[in-house]
Ligand binder design. Structure first.
Ligand SMILES: Cc1cc2nc3c(=O)[nH]c(=O)nc-3n(C[C@H](O)[C@H](O)[C@H](O)COP(=O)(O)OP(=O)(O)OC[C@H]3O[C@@H](n4cnc5c(N)ncnc54)[C@H](O)[C@@H]3O)c2cc1C
Length: 426
């Protein structure tokens, strides 16, 4: 069988049949793919090939790099990666509305202790995870861009754009928001995206300290009202700030809207920076940091994430497992990569993988999507009544600590906004 759709029929290259057959071929060495490769090799002793189109690891990925501490409890070995590569830990959120009307509040667990959000530099974090896969026995090949996936009764052949073929029993599409494995395997054909822009602004704290001298130590900054259906942020890292803006609820895609959106996102970044006394590095400066743009996949929950024969499955952004309220995807990429490894090892991909993802994430993501819709329907009211209230940030702290759920947050939002019970989703 050729995994393909009528609209994407291409002439498949005629690759040489590879002599080496892997148990698992993982396409994409981001947190989803690297975790899957690592766990397949280390815990299940599978023969794993990990491929990435980047010329080398570490590679850059536009991302705020915020990861909730609860991830360490659920995925063995992740706390070591965090200990090594989390630059700073955030325990406060500073909210603002179009750069004004600011409120600082603590992220707290139920017992009142600080709830931590780790700030990782993605190139180093992702490279560490890929390194753990290699240490566990996986083969890592960079500079390999996969363009074709074909399955047959015995396995699957993936072929690079350069015509190199690789053979495995199972292929994992961990190739990000616009990944090709899903499309070639007939999975997630109805993708929709939000979009985010991000810039990393380097700084040197005068006293050699960790935090930017103009910003509140231990705080991440979130600004609302300048991006329709989204927000702008400053996430602190050691010696640099990740500053970005993203639209999370997608509108119908159109080139004109996307072009305009790029400018809207840039202006949101400028507004937030100006509001804290910082300036945007000018484009004309030769060494100005790059303003990146990257899609954020939209969770639908309705499509299968594995083929009926279990030969192909998707993890992370390729599977659309991004939480629709915050646009947070790292922890879900890692969690889905971990679950994928367990299903592959047990030989239960076709039966258990899609349902496992839904069991873990659907209720949370669906509640987050509904909260997001409420917020963006009446953003200023929501900002004043819910976001600015310190109880809202405490609740986010408990969600980040894994102590409570988005469903609980949704109930609190309805109470706060006095939504009649009859109008709340069952
Ligand atoms: C601006 C921005 C800010 C964000 N901030 C946060 C945040 O603070 N916290 C958070 O949790 N999430 C954040 N996210 C989301 C987060 O970045 C993603 O959810 C996460 O990177 C998903 O990981 P992944 O492993 O699925 O995919 P990726 O990290 O995208 O990795 C995919 C890999 O596949 C490789 N690849 C792609 N195509 C091919 C191919 N054809 N052949 C071979 N290799 C291929 C790529 O080179 C890449 O290495 C942000 C996203 C954006 C855009």
């Amino acid at each position: 069988m050729i995994f393909n759709t009528a609209s994407q029929v291409t002439s498949p290259p005629s690759p040489q049949v590879p002599s080496e057959v892997y148990d698992v071929i993982v396409v994409g060495a981001g947190p989803g793919g690297a975790t899957c490769a690592w766990k397949c090799a280390e815990q299940h002793d599978l023969r794993v090939l990990l491929l990435d189109r980047a010329a080398q690891m570490p590679r850059y990925k536009p991302c705020g790099g915020g990861i909730p501490a609860s991830l360490a409890r659920d995925v063995p070995g992740i706390s070591e990666a965090i200990a090594e590569f989390s630059d700073l830990t955030v325990t406060k959120l500073r909210h603002s509305w179009r750069g004004k009307d600011a409120a600082l509040a603590a992220l707290e667990t139920t017992d009142g202790s600080p709830a931590a959000v780790w700030m990782v530099q993605r190139p180093r974090f992702d490279s560490y995870l890929a390194g753990r896969a290699v240490q566990a026995g996986a083969v890592l090949r960079t500079g390999v861009k996969i363009s074709e996936v074909l399955s047959d009764a015995d396995g699957v052949t993936v072929t690079s754009a350069a015509g190199e073929a690789f053979r495995g029993r199972v292929v994992v599409g961990a190739d990000g928001a616009k990944g090709v494995v899903g499309t070639r395997a007939g999975l997630r054909l109805q993708k929709r995206y939000g979009i985010a822009r991000e810039i990393e602004i380097p700084f040197a704290a005068p006293d050699g300290g960790l935090w930017h001298p103009k910003l509140e130590p231990g705080a991440a900054y979130l600004d609302y009202g300048t991006v329709p259906n989204g927000y702008a942020w400053i996430f602190p890292k050691r010696n640099c700030l990740s500053v970005g803006a993203g639209l999370l609820l997608p509108s119908e895609p159109s080139p004109a809207a996307e072009k305009n959106l790029g400018q809207v996102l840039k202006e949101a970044i400028l507004t937030l920076l100006a509001s804290v006394g910082l300036s945007y590095p000018l484009d004309s400066e030769a060494d100005a940091p790059k303003l990146w743009a990257h899609p954020i996949p939209y969770w639908t929950g309705s499509e299968p994430l594995a083929t009926p024969d279990g030969r192909a499955l998707l993890v992370g952004d390729a599977a659309g497992v991004v939480q629709p309220l915050f646009g947070e995807g790292i922890q879900y990429a890692v969690r889905s990569g971990y679950l994928a490894a367990q299903c592959i090892a047990a030989g239960t991909v076709a039966r258990d993988y899609t349902s496992g993802i839904r069991d873990f994430f659907a209720a949370e993501f669906d509640a987050a999507a509904r909260i997001s819709k409420i917020f963006h329907r009446a953003p200023l009211l929501s900002y004043r009544l819910a976001v600015k209230n310190p109880a809202g940030t405490r609740l986010i702290g408990r969600i980040m600590a894994g102590e409570t759920s988005m469903a609980h947050m949704e109930r609190r939002v309805y109470e706060r906004l006095h939504v009649p019970r009859a109008l709340r989703p069952k």
